[in-house]
Design a protein around this ligand. Structure first.
Ligand code: SF4
Ligand code: SF4
Length: 225
């Protein structure tokens, strides 16, 4: 007798765990009406939770992902109806994912990924903003500073604080001076570096007008933004 192939039970668990990232071929979804404000960027070198490996990793790719809610559930998932609200337009990774056959998804993940460069190819001003931001506060720079923190003392701590404040200020200026709505900034500039600092066991604090870094407790699994 022919072995029965497992079927998707449409339980929605995969939509509730972590939203997908986009591949190059998903760029047409924006022409079909998906809102750029529903997406955010994970920048090269950023620390993220890897669901395939079930651990924190430093990503080697830039990834454009659908935003999640506070619990990490995909923004487009309707919990009551247990359904995808953009089913006909769902990204390639969602079409490929089947929990009983993760190899298909892994193969898909290896295909060219969509980046900010393609999304904003017709907006040179935004591309310049992205470049200026990466030049001054990439995660590679932050990572190198953090490695020096133990031996470098206050000077390195101050350099890290300057970098975090630059990231903060650039977002404020983009909104106020360039009229970029705040909800697009997590896509254009990635998540605020201050919020990602928790993955490094640190947080940025301010007391009486002075900023300082504070060490956090051990890290657990965090829901994606
Ligand atoms: S792929 Fe798996 S986790 Fe996702 S809906 Fe289907 S059965 Fe549920
Ligand atoms: S886009 Fe749809 S199918 Fe994909 S994770 Fe979100 S809710 Fe699920």
């Amino acid at each position: 007798m022919k072995k029965k192939e497992p079927l998707c039970k449409r339980c929605g668990r995969c939509c509730r765990i972590t939203p997908p990232s986009l591949l190059m071929e998903d760029i047409i979804l924006f022409d079909k009406g998906l809102d750029l404000g529903d997406f955010f960027t994970i920048r090269v070198g950023e620390v993220v939770w890897d669901n395939l490996e079930d651990r924190l990793i430093s990503t080697v790719y830039e990834l454009v992902k659908i935003r999640g809610d506070e619990e990490g559930q995909c923004l487009y998932y309707n919990h009551d109806r247990k359904a995808c609200t953009i089913y006909e337009m769902r990204p390639v990774q969602c079409r490929a994912f089947f929990c009983m056959a993760p190899e298909d998804f892994q193969r898909t993940f290896e295909r060219p990924k969509l980046t900010r460069r393609e999304i904003f190819q017709d907006s040179p001003g935004i591309l310049r903003l992205i470049e200026a931001h990466e030049e001054r506060c990439s995660y590679v720079i932050l990572d190198n500073m953090l490695k020096e923190l133990e031996t470098g003392g206050d000077q390195v701590a101050n350099d890290i604080i300057d970098l975090l404040l630059y990231d903060k200020e650039l977002r404020r200026l983009a909104e106020k001076r360039l009229d970029i709505p705040a909800r697009y900034l997590d896509l254009i500039l990635g998540r605020p570096m201050e919020t990602v600092l928790k993955y490094y066991g640190l947080s940025l604090r301010c007391s009486e007008g002075k900023y300082f870094l504070q060490a956090q407790g051990p890290l657990g699994k965090e829901a994606p933004a």
